[in-house]
Design a binder for this molecule. Sequence first.
Ligand SMILES: Cc1cc2nc3c(=O)[nH]c(=O)nc-3n(C[C@H](O)[C@H](O)[C@H](O)COP(=O)(O)O)c2cc1C
Length: 270
Amino acid sequence: MDMIQVNQEKCIRCSLCVNVCPTKFITMGDQGPEATGENCIACGHCVAVCPWAALDNMKAPLAQQLSLEKVPILDADTAARFLRARRSIRCYKQEVVPREKILQLLDIARLAPTGGNTQGVSYQVIDKADTLRKITSLVIDWMEEQVQTGSPWGPYYAQPIDNYRKTGEDVILRDAPCLVVAISARNFLPRGRDNSHFSLAYAELYAPAIELGSCWAGFFEMCASSGYQPLISLLGLKEEMAVTGALMVGYPQFTYRRLVDRNPLKVTWQ
Ligand SMILES: Cc1cc2nc3c(=O)[nH]c(=O)nc-3n(C[C@H](O)[C@H](O)[C@H](O)COP(=O)(O)O)c2cc1C
């Protein structure tokens, strides 16, 4: 069967599908839109843009696309406030997050844009308190090794190590009830890491809509991506896979009352 099917009764040859195809995979032939070559990236633009639902694509089936009468665009002020209100959550309620809720979060995360629609990210979710505590302890051990071996990151690690050793406070995973670990194939780096981070950024932005909060687990990612064996073994990571991002997730304990500013905007024009 052809990759592209066109319903000739519905198609009016408007060329919208041709215009939006990023790889010029679809061209306008005598009989209407047709596939040329092999370079469909399965982005689904051709199917999604057709007002008449006249086109189907095996790689992005019409039946799996959700109808959208009106694109839900937030007004500028709401959108700006929504984006500015996102914060790293480091204080969580000690409440279990149902797995269905994490699935709901990741089902949006997986829709983030990726270069060439390559995607290639899977997720390992850790929600067992014992395992989370063990991870924190291993990351601290690794940080200590980094300090001792003179790693350039050593100075950044000294304070969290000291804090953890003196108080036992979870400075790595912040006592979050859940850790989402993004995983990509080692031979897909560095693109896999980019894609993971886009996906986790989506998760971070979507989280408050389902009462969740999140925080990037950068210390954890540094340790895991360095290949620290005790952590890799704990995660049960296959040799050919790599940790390419991580996000703590849980119910936030506190609400922020103000929007903060950042460094001044720097722009150049040509
Ligand atoms: C890639 C990345 C890694 C991060 N790693 C950590 C981390 O390990 N622990 C932590 O508490 N915050 C971590 N953060 C959160 C940043 O500290 C935070 O985004 C920054 O201070 C700005 O605060 P905000 O996110 O609340 O706006 C990380 C953020 C990013 C983007």
